[in-house]
Design a protein around this ligand. Structure first.
Ligand SMILES: *Cc1c(COP(=O)(O)O)cnc(C)c1O
Length: 390
């Protein structure tokens, strides 16, 4: 099945739900068992059918089945948030005394988890240059258990050589875990590129309407039980309503993403012609340093990208942002609405240089009419110039 067809059909079992197209929300903690034998059996089978609320309901299983099919993995595991997916996946593979390699461009809360929780538990993190490619082999140690990738990088949008990094991880006996939130199951196929465990914040494009928190981890057959056991042992279970909303969002992911992609590229191209802009960080643009790898490995670009302004004072950037009426200022992304946030103070690097010539922003291209979004940005630039000339 081609991706759009799969998105419409994967994980659907109407015969189990009186013919309803969508599985209902099951509100469950307790599941009753008719006999002692059935009760005992459920203890053994707890990841294959509904045995207790924390392990998932038929709605959860439908979402997991659909995402695993789209990503090309063995099975998926829904979690309470994207960050829970990261924490649960990392903890499946490490113990005190182990070492992990994490891209310097990782989502900031991933870094914080490594630098606080994992450090406290005796797991050492080394950050690596996202552009290191096969050179990561030189950072592998006998105790390296995990190489964590995120491509493109959070806020900075460098594209990683995923197959080369995954191959080096395997050669050194480590697993390759990737945060695939930007690529989504449609635009990046992690398991074809050597990834063992792919995770994403379903909060973003899968839910797609800014109204639920959810994570999803997909693994190869080899690693499924280990990751599922880690996640359910922490108790990072996904809520009933959240998995329903994610499954509902997933069914329109392909059409929404195509529009996010088109508007994102259009805005990026418009922005780079502006005198106020030094650089646009969008791997689908031909002159972006990440373009060749993006073109080789991805099937599309979502609506999230970065902008670097020419040097200007904070007051001018603030005036730009405050004058926008269509772009909301807020964290998260992947919903139907356009968003913008300043990122200069949010980017932390310890292993590789990051020295943009001016203030940086992150834009999420929503589903509004692009001309209206451009007019809004034009208003912003007028306010910015007003501060510079005033
Ligand atoms: C938002 C985000 C997460 C975390 O997801 P939550 O659902 O907010 O916990 C993880 N990775 C990336 C790249 C994200 O943008």
């Amino acid at each position: 099945m081609k991706p759009d067809t799969l998105i419409a059909h994967a994980g659907r079992h109407p015969e189990d739900h009186h013919g309803a197209v969508n599985p209902p929300v099951y509100r469950v903690s307790t599941v009753l068992h008719p006999t002692v034998a059935d009760l005992e059996e459920s203890g053994r089978l707890r990841f294959d059918k509904m045995t207790y609320g924390r392990y998932g309901t038929p709605t959860t299983f439908a979402l997991e089945e659909a995402v695993a099919a789209l990503e090309g993995g063995h099975r998926a595991i829904a979690t309470s948030s994207g960050l829970a997916a990261i924490a649960g996946a990392l903890c499946a593979f490490v113990k005190a005394g182990d070492h992990i390699l994490v891209t310097d461009s990782a989502y900031f809360p991933t870094r914080r988890f490594c630098d606080t929780v994992l450090k406290g538990f005796g797991v050492e993190t080394t950050y690596y240059d996202p552009l290191i490619g096969s050179g990561i082999a030189s950072l592998m140690r006998p105790d390296t258990r995990v190489v964590l990738l995120e491509s493109p990088g959070s806020l900075t949008f460098e594209v990683q050589d995923v197959p080369a990094i995954a191959a080096a991880a395997h050669a050194g006996g480590a697993v390759a875990i990737m945060d695939n939130t930007w690529g989504t199951p449609l635009f990046f196929k992690p398991f074809e590129k050597g990834i063992d465990v792919s995770l994403q914040a379903a909060t973003k494009y899968i839910v797609g309407h800014s109204d639920a928190m959810l994570g999803i981890v997909t693994t190869t057959k080899e690693h499924f039980l280990r990751v599922k056991t880690s996640i359910s042992t922490f108790g990072y279970s996904a809520g009933s309503e959240e998995v329903y909303l994610a499954l509902r969002g997933l069914r329109t992911l392909a059409v929404r993403l195509r529009q996010h992609q088109e508007t994102g590229i259009l805005l990026a191209n418009w922005l780079r012609t502006r005198a106020e802009v030094a650089r646009v960080m969008h791997p689908a643009l031909h002159d972006d340093p990440g373009h060749p790898l993006w073109f080789r490995d991805f099937d599309g670009a979502c609506g999230l990208f970065g902008v670097c302004l020419k040097p200007c004072p904070k007051g001018a950037v603030d005036a730009f942002l405050n004058s926008l009426t269509l772009f909301g200022m807020g964290y998260s992304w992947g919903g139907f609405e356009s968003l913008i946030v300043p990122t200069s103070d949010a980017i932390e690097r310890t292993a590789s240089p990051w020295a943009p010539p001016g203030p940086t922003l992150r834009i999420h291209a929503g589903l509004e009419t692009p001309d209206d979004l451009i007019a809004d940005l034009e208003r912003g630039f007028a306010a910015l110039r007003g501060v510079l000339s005033g």
